[in-house]
Design a protein around this ligand. Structure first.
Ligand SMILES: *Cc1c(COP(=O)(O)O)cnc(C)c1O
Length: 216
């Protein structure tokens, strides 16, 4: 399947739910030809999970496509914050106070604003990053009041062995309770459920680009 065909199938599902969500095309470990194909179709919203790889894919293309919107969807180490702030438009993985603090300082240094999502560990899994649901209120207050960050929404990655719809519904409830508008939820395997439950951003890799290379 070409990206054009994949996009058509995805658009069809958007229509079914009358969704106006942003389709964040996850370009991690995808070859250059496919990225070029997506750009030639007019797609401009992309997600990456590693800062260094994002530079390889997007540093030069940023200048060619001023309307690009780049989302960081993977964990951010504080020593990469400077590079992340310089490249990305949205950080979807704000998950700890130290990061909020370093990010806030770097935004002032670079005189930039970014849109941020707080990653919530909805399944309370030990190995997964994200704020625990019970810690969301104080963390949100810290991000806004102490760090002056622009927090627009929540993001989650459901546990592999549980129905994703439960987690999407829970994330939506949390967002409503905290007056947050945006919801990043849903990937290739479950985005239809996420759209049905009100996702404003879905993060789609393989169902958009095709299978990606193995992790190295
Ligand atoms: C890789 C990745 C995706 C995309 O995964 P697909 O299953 O290929 O759609 C979405 N979100 C995050 C956080 C990812 O790391």
């Amino acid at each position: 399947m070409s990206i054009a065909e994949n996009l058509k199938a995805i658009r069809h599902i958007f229509k079914k739910y009358q969704s106006k969500a942003d389709l964040v095309a996850v370009s991690k470990r995808q070859p250059d030809e496919r990225i070029e194909e997506a750009l030639s179709l007019g797609h401009r919203v992309f997600g990456e999970n590693r800062v260094q790889e994002a530079y390889e894919h997007w540093e030069k293309r940023r200048d060619l496509f001023p309307d690009l919107k780049l989302h960081l969807i993977g964990p951010l180490q504080t020593n990469k914050v400077k590079d992340a702030v310089a490249l990305f438009d949205v950080i979807q993985t704000l998950d700890r106070e130290k990061l909020a603090n370093v990010l806030s300082k770097e935004l002032k240094t670079q005189n930039k604003t970014l849109s941020c999502f707080i990653q919530v560990n909805t399944g309370e899994e030990d190995q997964k990053s994200g704020i625990l649901p019970n810690d969301l209120r104080p963390f949100l207050d810290y991000c806004r009041q102490d760090c002056d960050l622009n927090i627009e929404g929540l993001m989650c990655i459901p546990p592999l062995d549980e129905p994703p719809a439960l987690h999407f519904a829970f994330l939506k409830k949390l967002a409503e309770e905290h007056n947050l508008e945006k919801l990043s939820m849903g990937m290739s395997g479950d985005y239809e459920k996420a759209l049905a439950l009100g996702a404003t951003h879905i993060r789609i890799g393989s169902a958009f680009f095709g299978e990606r290379a193995e992790k190295v």
